[in-house]
Design a protein around this ligand. Structure first.
Ligand SMILES: NC(=O)c1ccc[n+]([C@@H]2O[C@H](COP(=O)([O-])OP(=O)(O)OC[C@H]3O[C@@H](n4cnc5c(N)ncnc54)[C@H](O)[C@@H]3O)[C@@H](O)[C@H]2O)c1
Length: 251
């Protein structure tokens, strides 16, 4: 255990699996107290038990990021347990590969609701706590899909593009309070979210062939970037887009 996040408290959404789980484990190793917030509470509790073996300052809470009242309760419970929140990682997300024409309105709305509304609600409700501490770091999980277009996944791209620009507005609004807000833009990362895209060696090779660094990203590749934005090492960075994509969007 090192101490890049010593004495800090982080709330991480979508924390039970994939990138969120990787961020949670890395933060816990860096001395951070962590709240694992996920609508999959059983998985979140399981991960919390594992993390508690080396860092006892771990709490698993049930959170559906689309429900405002749920956010209010989760933040209250976090404050009761740890007294403050220094870092919020708005990581929870859902994905669809469907082309525009085949996407129903309710599917489009659901993706915006989880990815974009969830990020808005978390940011809105954590700001008063960060203001109380006169400092904070909010990290919003966007995607390369929020930077450039692609075939299919139009609803997902719209949600991630929304997160990118929302991040800049929140950053400007709260910079004078020393609350920093940044977005992360991963390329393809090996989690269950994109398992369909990587379902056969030929599909995987197709994805890899487009990536200059010639590999699929790992959860840890993303977690290391989130750690930097969460820590005081990035204290002069706000409103920024950190791209973690093996060079994909540089082509
Ligand atoms: N995997 C990739 O290639 C990739 C690339 C770019 C961005 N991202 C983004 O990274 C984030 C994490 O994705 P992942 O790959 O780890 O996916 P994942 O499916 O493994 O994890 C998503 C997590 O979000 C949780 N979640 C979903 N809806 C929720 C809700 N309404 N309330 C609370 N929690 C909810 C799930 O329970 C799960 O734990 C997402 O925002 C995703 O869009 C992923």
């Amino acid at each position: 255990m090192t101490d890049r996040l010593k004495e800090k408290v982080a709330l991480i959404t979508g924390a039970s699996t994939g990138i969120g789980a990787g961020i949670s484990e890395l933060f816990a190793k860096e001395g951070c107290s962590i709240i694992l917030a996920d609508k999959n509470i059983d998985e979140a509790k399981h991960l919390c038990d594992e993390i508690s073996k080396f860092n006892p300052n771990c709490l698993a809470l049930n959170l559906d990021v689309t429900l405002e009242q749920n956010w209010i309760e989760v933040i209250q419970k976090s404050i009761i347990r740890f007294g403050k929140i220094n870092i919020l990682v708005n990581n929870a997300g859902i994905y669809s590969r469907k082309p525009v024409e085949q996407t129903e309105l309710n599917e489009f709305e659901e993706i915006l609701k989880v990815n974009l509304n969830g990020t808005f609600l978390g940011t809105k409700h954590v700001i008063p706590e960060m203001r109380r501490n006169k400092k904070g770091s909010i990290i919003n999980m966007s995607s390369t899909a929020g930077l450039v277009g692609n075939i299919g996944s139009g609803a997902y791209g719209a949600s991630k593009g929304g997160i990118k620009i929302f991040t800049k507005y929140a950053a400007l609004q709260h910079a004078h309070e020393n609350i920093r807000v940044n977005s992360i833009h991963p390329g393809p990362i090996d989690t269950k979210m994109i398992s369909e895209n990587l379902s056969t060696p030929s599909n995987t090779n197709k994805v890899i062939s487009k990536i200059p660094l010639k590999r699929i990203g790992t959860v840890n590749d993303v977690a290391m970037g989130v750690l930097f934005l969460a820590s005081d090492e990035s204290s002069y960075i706000t409103g920024a887009e950190l791209v973690i994509d093996g060079g994909l969007t540089s082509i």
